[in-house]
Design a protein around this ligand. Structure first.
Ligand SMILES: Nc1ncnc2c1ncn2[C@@H]1O[C@H](COP(=O)(O)OP(=O)(O)O)[C@@H](O)[C@H]1O
Ligand SMILES: [Mg+2]
Length: 275
């Protein structure tokens, strides 16, 4: 059994999962018997879960368990892959994301996605963050400057880059680049932020900074973090779901999942028997 006390960060955030009762805040994301197919391949099977407003929700599981598929469904990036289909429902604020009336561009602005490998656009730090708002029609330089500064402050990157906003973004370190990716998402003022293994390419210090940042951001956003690393799930110590081969095996506080898993498969995973 993983010694959760040893890996929990300073001041474990009990408020986000254990102390607040499950009905503490309204449901933001609701999957009900949600299944997803690539051709004949069933990648998610009857997943039902609820993620609440301003909740940091961690999805952990080994490679191939359907974590990315679930995130991609939430902003319909899966639509870009031919021959895919879904069953069941997947709602945000009570509306099915697959409803024919869904405005997909608006959905993708509202549900921002941060990927494993941070990719800087080949332009300045400033323009990387301003790019999204510009595409959305923000033209005034002053307004763009305000948006960029706020996004960079919120991503805890501002102090490191404020004197070199016109430098090419490719000169940033890996950890800085990943915070820049987060700033780019924040500049679009989303309500939900999805992060797909955002620290997999980062060193331990940069990883901790991102994990701390998530706990700041969750004051204002609903965050879904995907990790294939159970130690990260334990450190983050948020509400956690365990996915395995397309199924949701169990959901609970990280504390419960790591100290008293209900399912033998969860126990085997968190104790490192497979991964
Ligand atoms: N674009 C795709 N085309 C076909 N199958 C896919 C595609 N993406 C993922 N899959 C399959 O769906 C399953 C779940 O994959 P994925 O959601 O990427 O898992 P995870 O993110 O947990 O590693 C795997 O069996 C994978 O091979
Ligand atoms: Mg994945």
């Amino acid at each position: 059994m993983v010694e959760i006390e040893a890996v929990r960060g300073k001041g474990a955030r009990e408020d986000n999962n254990r102390r607040i009762p499950e009905n503490g805040s309204p449901v933001k994301i609701h999957a009900h018997n949600f299944s997803f197919f690539y051709g004949d391949h069933l990648a998610l099977r009857n997943v039902s879960l609820e993620i609440r407003h301003n909740q940091l929700f961690t999805i952990m599981g080994p490679s191939g368990s359907g974590k990315t598929t679930f995130l991609r469904a939430l902003n319909r990036l899966g639509d870009l892959i031919p021959n895919t289909r879904h069953e069941g429902s997947l709602k945000i604020d009570g509306t099915d994301v697959y409803d024919s009336r869904t405005d997909i561009a608006e959905l993708r602005r509202n549900v921002g996605m941060v990927f494993a490998l941070p990719v800087a656009l080949p332009m300045s730090i400033f323009s990387n963050v301003a790019h999204g708002p510009r595409m959305q029609g923000v033209r005034h330089q002053k307004e763009l400057e305000e948006i960029v500064e706020k996004a960079l402050r919120d991503a805890i990157l501002w102090d490191e880059v404020k004197d070199r906003l016109s430098d090419n973004a490719s000169r940033l370190s890996g950890g800085q680049l990943q915070r820049l990716s987060i700033a780019r998402v924040l500049a679009l003022e989303p309500e939900i932020i999805l992060l797909d293994e955002p620290t997999s390419g980062l060193d331990p210090i940069s990883t901790l900074r991102i994990e701390e940042l998530l706990w700041e951001l969750v004051e204002r956003y609903t965050i879904v973090l995907v990790t294939h690393n159970p130690l990260q799930a334990a450190r983050i110590d948020s509400r956690t779901a365990f996915f395995l081969m397309g199924e949701l095996i169990e959901t609970g506080s990280a504390y419960d999942i790591f100290t008293r898993p209900k399912d033998k498969r969860t126990e085997d995973y968190v104790s490192g028997k497979f991964g």
